[in-house]
Design a protein around this ligand. Structure first.
Ligand code: ADP
Ligand code: ADP
Length: 228
């Protein structure tokens, strides 16, 4: 089953910077895919397409067979959840509860279901009991987990993470990697991760795309790692 299919995707910013050129790729349901590429390779631009921030793309993007641009926002956030690198870009509510509830509330779920989803998502990321805390005051690692919980509460089929391990200490990094693997292996969520650190490839990928404005290579983590 094709989870994400991208055909002929190109994008230039208004100042003329070509960020993506002729991207073709297919990610299958349940896969754990890493997109590697240096800074400026277009990873973030690609993800902004996947969550619909960049509208009317030059090219086709379908998720489970449906075009992203034809989905209503409430549908799209249930298909694809994107966790950006800097959690401060994503956390803007007064309490932890409100940040995790934001998506489900916007999906129009009733109060009881919203509560259930918040509790489940916080438990998943190890922030149970943090409901009334102020997001701004959490540690960086806790904020990263909260930003993930705020996406998991929408129960996305595809989870996209931009540099999930950047700036984490070794223990938080290892915990975050196990958490992502658990979401993929136990909960069946298709995961797409952007990284520039090739050392974490074997832990987080069963397939790798190398992006540098175009897709320049594709293969198993071992193949990509040895060619790097
Ligand atoms: P990218 O180009 O990989 O998307 P960014 O432009 O978001 O990266 O960030 C550039 C660098 O700034 C990152 O490699 C990271 O080391 C650092 N950085 C970003 N956000 C934070 C943060 N909240 N705390 C500390 N460092 C950060
Ligand atoms: P990555 O996430 O891999 O670091 P980005 O998608 O952030 O790459 O950037 C791809 C290219 O687009 C880079 O050359 C970057 O400088 C450029 N870029 C990113 N955002 C903008 C913007 N808002 N306006 C103009 N150029 C941009």
């Amino acid at each position: 089953i094709e989870a994400v299919k991208v055909e002929g995707l190109s994008y230039s910013y208004s100042d003329g910077t070509k960020a993506l050129e002729g991207i073709d790729l297919t990610i299958y349901k349940g896969e754990k895919v890493v997109v590697v590429g240096p800074n400026g390779a277009g990873k973030t631009t690609f993800f902004l397409h996947l969550n619909g921030t960049i509208k009317n793309p030059a090219g086709n993007i379908t998720v489970f067979g449906r075009s992203i641009s034809e989905m209503r926002i409430e549908e799209r956030i249930h298909e694809v959840g994107v966790v950006f690198q800097d959690p401060d870009d994503q956390l803007f509510m007064p309490t932890v509860f409100d940040d995790v509830a934001f998506g489900p509330v916007n999906m129009g779920l009733e109060e009881n279901e919203v509560k259930k989803r918040v509790i489940k998502a916080l438990l998943k990321v190890g922030l149970e009991g943090f409901e009334t805390k102020v997001p701004h005051n959490l540690s960086y690692g806790q904020k990263k987990r909260l930003a993930l919980a705020a996406v998991l509460s929408m129960e996305p089929k595809v989870l996209v993470l931009d540099e999930p391990t950047a700036n984490l200490d070794p223990k938080s990094r290892a915990d975050f990697i196990s958490l992502i693997n658990e979401l993929n292996e136990r909960d069946g969520i298709t995961t797409i991760i952007a990284m520039h650190d090739v050392n974490a490839l074997p832990e987080l990928a069963n397939r790798v795309y190398v992006l540098n404005r175009r897709i320049v290579a594709e293969g198993s983590p071992r193949k990509i790692f040895s060619d790097w």
